[in-house]
Design a protein around this ligand. Structure first.
Ligand code: R5P
Length: 296
């Protein structure tokens, strides 16, 4: 079946790489906002009987989501055989339970809406904490690419005597995996979140790692509060300035500037979300995941 890659605004660069790897054309829809804020979407490329891959990272999802749903609907109306969403960063994974009475469990609502619009979903390292896998939430075929191998390769090449540091127990799954692949030590800290931007981190016996370069590894850097607090504690314990590695660099507001200002050696993210810190390319693992999904 012929494949066609269609990119949402902001994901064109990654879509180009995916199209090249999948031997597919890449089409960009025209999108704009009417003066009243409603969305306009148009695609003048033939979609009849093609497998459509919509590439769109879902950071800032509320700004993008309706256009995405309109686009997927349009592709079906234009005769697409299948519409698969390739969302390298999948949003609304963190509200995975009703923490307080009356709260919306948005991870479930979001998945329900998305599943009506697409025939499959491919992503990279979704934030799975209380869900075991994406199938607990999404009832369309899904594939997940893992960035751990790419991050481990990057650390091995770029950092001398690394000590991998996970800011909290939720990060242990990534940090332990990356450390094992890179063959380097790791520790995991303890985090207490008191509010959206108020995070306290405690550090167990870091003194024994003084001659190592700390490398903070987390799945998401959003407000950067978790990393900034960790950087402070490592600094207070006398460790060298850490390198910060995030799979998904969401960088809310001025999070990037604030993290740089906290005294880090550098910040590197994968290109699941386009950002100037992108230094690790996930297109290869996305191509494999898409090939696997279409080949099933
Ligand atoms: C926690 O659940 C995640 O693994 C990250 O630690 C968290 O999302 C980072 O958020 P922030 O940058 O806002 O501290």
């Amino acid at each position: 079946m012929t494949k066609l890659v269609v990119s949402m605004p902001g994901s064109g660069l990654l879509a180009d790489r995916l199209a090249a790897g999948l031997c597919a054309e890449h089409a960009e829809p025209r999108t704009r906002r009417f003066p009243d804020g409603e969305s306009y979407v148009r695609l003048d490329t033939d979609c009849e009987n093609k497998d459509l891959i919509v590439v769109g990272s879902l950071d800032r999802p509320d700004e993008k989501f309706l256009q995405l749903i309109f686009l997927c609907d349009l592709l079906r109306e234009l005769g697409a055989a299948r519409v698969v969403l390739c969302a390298p960063y999948l949003a609304y994974m963190r509200q995975d339970k009703r923490f307080r009475a009356g709260e919306a469990v948005t991870s479930q609502s979001f998945a329900r809406i998305l599943c009506r619009a697409v025939d499959g979903l491919v992503t990279v390292d979704p934030h799975l904490h209380r869900y075991r896998n994406l199938g607990d939430l999404y009832n369309v075929p899904t594939r997940v690419g893992h960035a751990a191998g790419l991050i481990a390769d990057w650390i091995k090449t770029e950092v001398r005597r690394p000590l991998l540091v996970g800011p909290d127990s939720e990060s242990e799954q990534w940090v332990a995996d990356v450390a094992a692949r890179a063959g380097v030590p790791h520790i995991v800290l303890e985090k207490t979140r008191r509010g959206d931007r108020d995070v306290e981190v405690s550090v167990p016996e870091v003194e024994r790692w003084r001659d190592h370069r700390p490398v903070l590894v987390d799945d998401i850097i959003s407000t950067a509060g978790t990393m900034i607090e960790t950087v402070r504690h490592l600094g207070a314990a006398g460790l060298s300035a850490p390198m910060c590695v995030g799979v998904h660099g969401v960088f809310a507001d001025d999070a990037h500037g604030e993290l740089l200002g906290a005294g880090v050696q550098g910040i590197v993210t994968t290109n699941t979300i386009a950002h100037e810190t992108n230094g690790i390319d996930v297109s290869g693992i996305l191509i494999e995941a898409l090939d696997d999904l279409f080949g099933e």
